[in-house]
Design a protein. Structure first.
Ligand SMILES: Cc1cc2nc3c(=O)[nH]c(=O)nc-3n(C[C@H](O)[C@H](O)[C@H](O)COP(=O)(O)OP(=O)(O)OC[C@H]3O[C@@H](n4cnc5c(N)ncnc54)[C@H](O)[C@@H]3O)c2cc1C
Length: 449
C-alpha cells in the first residue's frame, strides 16, 4: 500500500516512517523477536498531540491502529495499518506525599520502581522490569506481590486516552467510569492511553528471593510446595518454575546446562516473620542456591530473574482452578526432570487472597477466581518452530484439562486469537467490553492484538 505521509510528517514531532525508510526496522522491532511487525506506517509519537494526529490520519485513511510500547506481547504477524510506538513518552513523576506515580505510555516498570524507591514507595508490578507499565496494567497484571496486593490494574487511578475520534479523554472513577472499568483489565480496542496515574504503596523492603533445587528433588519440592500452598499465609506470594538452563558462563556453575526448580518467595512484612514463613519451603529438600533474605523493593525483578534482552521467544499460558497431587503427577510427566519438553521454562504462580477481591466499583480483569497461573516459555531455533510449540501446548492443555480454568487473564494468554480472545473474561464482562469498545471506537479502528 502506498501512503502519502508528507502532511502527517509536518503535523507530528516524532518520526513518521514507512517501509524502506532509514530507522523503520529499529522503530518497529519488538521485544519478542519471533513476531513480524510490518505496518504500512509507524509513528513514533513524542506527545499527546502526536497521538491525536496519528489516530486521525489512520481514521481518514482507513488504517487499523496498532500500539507498541516494548513489544513484550508481540506475536505472529502484524501486517499493514498504522503502528504507534510510545517509547518517547517516557516521563515518570512521583508525588511522594499523595503516593502516586504519573506514568507516560512508553515507560517500563523498572523506571517506575526506581523513581518510587527514592521515596520509600513501590509499584505493584510484574516479574520483569522491562515490561511496559501501561500495556501491562491494561491487561490486569499478576506479579510477585499477587497474593498480598492483587492485580496491578487495581492500583490504576486514572488514564488519559486518545479515542478513535482523536479526542483526549480522562477515564477515572468519576470521569468516563465505564471506560475506566474497561481499561482495568480489558487491554485493547479502546484507544491509545497516553498517561496512567497509579497508586504506589509504602514498601521499601521485602523478605524475598528464590530457592533453587536440583533435578533429583523436583518431584518432592513440587508436591511439597503444592501442599504448602493449601494453607499458605495470605500475604505470601510464591511461584515455581522448572527451568532448563543453557550452558552459559553467565549462570552460576550448579545451574549451567542443568534442569532445576526455582521456588520464588515474596513477603512484604517483617523480615523475621518472612524467614519463619519460608522455613517449611527451605526444608523441602537440600537447597542448591538460596537467595532468600531482606531485599529492597527496587530489586524485585531479581526474584524471578526474567530475561530482559529481546529474544525469539514463544510463550503461552492459562489459569488453573486448583492444583492437587494428581495435578503434580500430570505436570511432572510433561515438565519433570525425566521429561523432554521443548520449552525452557514451565511456571506455576500461586494466586488467591487479594487477587480474588475486586476493586470498589469493579473492573474488567479476567480470571479473578482462579488459584494458579501456568505459563510456558520456549526459544525458537531453526529446529524448533512456533508450530511445534503450539502442538506441544495443545497436548499440554489436554493432559492438564481437569485443572485448567475456562477463564484466563489476557496478560497470560499470549496468543489471543479471535477465537481465544473471549475466553480471557467472563461472558458478561466480555459483552460489556465489546459494547464500551463500540461506543468509543464505532468503526473498529483499534487492533485487538
Ligand atoms: C519477559 C516477560 C515477563 C512478563 N511478566 C508478566 C508478569 O509478571 N505478569 C503479567 O501479568 N504479565 C507479564 N507479562 C506479559 C505482559 O504483561 C504483557 O505482554 C503486556 O501486554 C506487555 O505490555 P508492553 O506494553 O510491554 O508490550 P507491548 O507488546 O508493547 O503492548 C502490549 C499490548 O498492550 C496494548 N498497549 C500497550 N501500550 C498501550 C497504550 N499506550 N495504549 C493502549 N494500548 C496499549 C496494546 O494492545 C499492545 O498490543 C510478561 C511478558 C514477558 C515477555
Amino acid at each position: 500500500m502506498t501512503l502519502d505521509v508528507t502532511v502527517l510528517r509536518t503535523e507530528v514531532a516524532g518520526p513518521v516512517l514507512v517501509p524502506g525508510d532509514d530507522g523503520f526496522g529499529a522503530e518497529v522491532t519488538p521485544f519478542m523477536l519471533a513476531a513480524t511487525v510490518h505496518p504500512d506506517v509507524v509513528v513514533g509519537v513524542a506527545s499527546e498531540a502526536d497521538v491525536q494526529q496519528a489516530v486521525l490520519f489512520a481514521s481518514r485513511n482507513g488504517l487499523h491502529v496498532h500500539i507498541q510500547s516494548t513489544g513484550h506481547a508481540a506475536h505472529g504477524t502484524l501486517s499493514g495499518g498504522l503502528l504507534i510506538t510510545t517509547r518517547r513518552l517516557d516521563t515518570v513523576v512521583i508525588d511522594p506525599v499523595a503516593g502516586i506515580a504519573t506514568i507516560g505510555a512508553g515507560v517500563r516498570w523498572s523506571a517506575v520502581i526506581a523513581a518510587a524507591g527514592e521515596h520509600g514507595l513501590t509499584a505493584i508490578t510484574g516479574s520483569s522490569g522491562s515490561v511496559g507499565a501501561i500495556g501491562y496494567t491494561l491487561g490486569g497484571g499478576l506479579g510477585p506481590y499477587a497474593r498480598s496486593h492483587g492485580f496491578s490494574s487495581d492500583f490504576a487511578i486514572s488514564f488519559r486516552i486518545v479515542t478513535a475520534d482523536g479526542e483526549l479523554k480522562v477515564a477515572s472513577a468519576t470521569e468516563n467510569p465505564d471506560l475506566f472499568w474497561a481499561l482495568r483489565g480489558g487491554r485493547a480496542g479502546f484507544g491509545v492511553v497516553t498517561e496512567l496515574t497509579f497508586a504506589l504503596v509504602p514498601l521499601a523492603e521485602i523478605y524475598g528471593g528464590s530457592l533453587f533445587f536440583a533435578a533429583e528433588h523436583i518431584d518432592t519440592v513440587l508436591t511439597g510446595w503444592l501442599d504448602w500452598c493449601a494453607t499458605a499465609d495470605p500475604e505470601v506470594s510464591t511461584s515455581i518454575a522448572i527451568i532448563r538452563f543453557p550452558p552459559i558462563d553467565e549462570l552460576p556453575p550448579p545451574l549451567r546446562g542443568a534442569t532445576a526448580l526455582a521456588l520464588r518467595f515474596v513477603y512484604p512484612g517483617e523480615i523475621d516473620e518472612g524467614s519463619r514463613l519460608a522455613e517449611p519451603l527451605r526444608a523441602l529438600a537440600p537447597v542448591l542456591i538460596d537467595t532468600l533474605g531482606a531485599m529492597p523493593t527496587t530489586k524485585i525483578a531479581l526474584v524471578h530473574n526474567d530475561p530482559d534482552r529481546p529474544a525469539p521467544a514463544w510463550v503461552d499460558g492459562v489459569m488453573l482452578t486448583s492444583a492437587d497431587a494428581e495435578f503434580a503427577g500430570a505436570f511432572l510427566a510433561r515438565f519433570g526432570a525425566d521429561a523432554h519438553p521443548p520449552v525452557v521454562s514451565a511456571e506455576l504462580r500461586h494466586l488467591g487472597n487479594r487477587t480474588a477481591i475486586d476493586v470498589e466499583g469493579g473492573s474488567s480483569v479476567g480470571g479473578r477466581g482462579n488459584a494458579f497461573t501456568l505459563g510456558l516459555v520456549g526459544v525458537l531455533t531453526p529446529d524448533v518452530s512456533a508450530q511445534s510449540f503450539d502442538a506441544f501446548w495443545a497436548a499440554t492443555l489436554t493432559s492438564l484439562a481437569p485443572w485448567t480454568s475456562s477463564q484466563t487473564t489476557i496478560n497470560f494468554a499470549a496468543h489471543p486469537s479471535p477465537e481465544k480472545y473471549p475466553s480471557c473474561w467472563p461472558k458478561d464482562t466480555f459483552e460489556r467490553l465489546m459494547s464500551i469498545a463500540a461506543e468509543h471506537d464505532p468503526q473498529g479502528i483499534f487492533s485487538w492484538r
